[in-house]
Design a protein. Structure first.
Length: 431
């Protein structure tokens, strides 16, 4: 017999359980991803990571997870939208919903969002939990009211969530902040930093240390670092967001995403869903194709994948100990595992740079993450490989070429030289 569930599922458990995932929530999100909101699983993964960062402050954690659950319930179940599709007008619709929620979603006492079911020894959503909490007077429920302070807090938390998604380069807009800007409330602080504040790239020297370090590790410890080498190669060459190659509820990156154009013979990597909600194909370099062959050879696979190759791209080194992939060895890594592996590799490269006397570069490298590998690939392709901006824009999945243009770096000397050589009349000079 299945346990009773509340009308709206809580999505995020307590800090000590949040990274493990929950069977009931995973099933719900997977179904949502298949039916209505394609990136629901990825949104949950991002929000779980963000919440986990707040775990040291209990009150913040509780407030954030409650507001996130309410907002994502409205996005997924009511509006049937991904948060990245939400506009400023949609935020106004969300507020109207929160001011007058369905009666069945209002509770009148605080209960835990999850509880332990001793029969199955699993934590399950508490059937008594409700996303909205009303008040009683003399034992009688009062009409539900949302105070101005509660509303400001609600939208500020949603705005902070968008700030995190922007920092992860999953979206370029913050509709909650836009709503606050034009609302009756005075916003005393900027909730997010501009997306491009973190567009820092590895220098050529720093990146060379990363590549050489991982290449050496792949030779010395192939069982551990052949995967690392291909991971770094793929992120840099296709400037992928780490979320585009990590597993989540409803999505498992497979080798079949490497495909060959039957007409041109060119190989490309297929991203089925990016932050704009669109799929994109990224032509891959000869270097990456060679890396793919070497990686597959190490895995004991055929030289190149076929259209129905269902082998995960980044498999675990050992079976998962908890979560939805418990006991499974041949499973993809999630965002957190990939991010941790990359951070470890960057620090090892920084150690090597420090040993060679590059103290300052070593310090800078330790501040960079997987996110900066994407920026490095874009920056190098534009400024070193001289790829056209429009080509890089398409491969990067930028909605606007203005975003891509921000990676264009020119020195004063280059600008001076190009200015000296420009004619007044191009046709006259040709005659």
């Amino acid at each position: 017999m299945k346990p009773a569930l509340p009308p709206v599922l809580p999505l995020f458990d307590s800090p000590e359980y949040i990274l493990e995932g929950n069977t009931a929530v995973n099933a719900h999100i997977t179904q949502l991803s298949l039916d209505n909101v394609t990136d629901a699983g990825l949104i949950i993964e991002h929000c779980s990571d963000w919440l986990h960062e707040q775990r040291q402050t209990e009150n913040n954690y509780k407030a954030y997870r409650s507001e996130l659950t309410t907002f994502l319930h409205w996005c997924f179940d009511v509006a049937v939208l991904s948060p990245i599709q939400v506009s400023r007008k949609d935020i106004a619709r969300y507020i109207a919903y929160c001011e007058n929620p369905p009666k069945e979603l209002i509770g009148y006492f605080n209960v835990a969002q999850f509880k332990l079911d001793k029969e199955i020894n699993e934590r399950i959503p508490n059937e008594a939990w409700r996303p909205f909490v009303g008040k009683k007077l003399l034992g009688k429920p009062q009409p539900y009211q949302l105070s101005d302070n509660a509303l400001k807090t609600k939208i500020a938390i949603v705005s902070s969530m968008y700030g995190y998604l922007i920092s992860e380069e999953y979206t370029e807009k913050n509709p909650a902040q836009l709503w606050l800007k034009h609302s009756r409330f005075t916003v005393s602080k900027k909730f997010i930093k501009d997306e491009d504040d973190n567009n820092q790239s590895f220098t050529e020297l720093q990146w060379s240390y990363v590549v050489s370090t991982v290449s050496e590790l792949a030779v010395k410890e192939p069982a551990k670092h052949q995967r690392s080498l291909f991971l770094i190669n793929l992120l840099y060459s296709c400037y992928l967001r780490i979320s585009e190659i990590s597993a989540r509820a409803g999505y498992s990156p497979l080798m079949s995403q490497f495909r060959k154009n039957p007409h041109s013979g060119v190989w490309y990597f297929h991203v089925p869903f990016s932050k704009s909600g669109k799929a994109r194909n990224i032509a891959i370099s000869k270097s990456l194709l060679a890396g793919l062959k070497n990686y597959r050879e190490y895995l004991g696979l055929t030289n190149l994948p076929t259209a129905n190759d269902s082998h995960p791209i980044f498999v675990r080194h050992k079976a998962a100990g908890h979560g939805r992939d418990t006991g499974t060895l041949n499973a993809n890594l999630g965002i957190r595992q990939l991010r941790e592996e990359i951070n470890t590799l960057i620090n090892l490269a920084a150690d090597k740079a420090l040993k060679d006397g590059f103290d300052y570069d070593s310090q800078l490298m330790r501040k960079l993450t997987a996110h900066n590998i994407r920026h490095t690939g874009i920056t190098h392709d534009i400024n070193l490989n001289q790829r056209p901006l429009s080509h890089v824009q398409a491969d990067a999945g930028h909605e606007s070429i203005d975003t891509t243009s921000q990676y264009l770096h020119t020195s004063q000397a280059e600008r001076d030289q190009s200015a000296q050589n420009k004619p007044l009349d191009h046709l006259k000079n040709e005659s």
